[in-house]
Write a protein of this length. Structure first.
Length: 149
């Protein structure tokens, strides 16, 4: 996928890159922060390796469940995760790829999420219907708080 239709969000965690990585790659820890504010998550599978799957159900404050399946395209410990969301027939969403970079900044970690969509229409759908811009920022902030705890 190319970078024509991207959404990029970054936050800084007051925690080491190794600590942030461990919070991202441990199913018990990821269940505590995955999803926007007000969401809870159930991790059904987390196999962090090239070709491994991440299956998670986000439970919204509205009572709806949002199942997601991701496949890890590349795992570059502790620098980068690249994974593809398989999309959702239920919500009419096409697959898209995400790149998460973990940059060491002197004991802190800059976390950058880049979501790569296949079209402007798909990008707009994620932003307008599912608030992917704000939700992604909240997810990264929750990750940072969990790593700082």
């Amino acid at each position: 996928m190319n970078d024509t239709f991207i959404l990029t969000v970054s936050v800084e965690a007051n925690a080491s890159r190794e600590k942030v990585w461990s919070v991202w790659t441990d199913s018990a820890k990821i269940a505590k922060w995955w999803g926007p504010e007000g969401f809870q998550s159930t991790v059904e599978e987390l196999d962090v390796r090239d070709g491994g799957k991440f299956r998670v159900i986000m439970h919204g404050p509205d009572g709806k469940d949002y199942p997601n399946i991701y496949v890890f395209d590349e795992v570059r410990r502790p620098n980068q995760l690249i994974y593809t969301n398989e999309g959702s027939k239920q919500f009419g969403l096409a697959p898209f790829q995400s790149v998460v970079d973990f940059e060491d900044e002197g004991g802190k970690t800059k976390i950058t999420l880049k979501m790569r969509f296949t079209s402007q229409e798909e990008k707009d759908k994620h932003i307008n219907q599912f608030h992917a811009d704000e939700g992604s920022r909240q997810i990264l902030e929750r990750l940072a708080r969990q790593a700082e705890a």
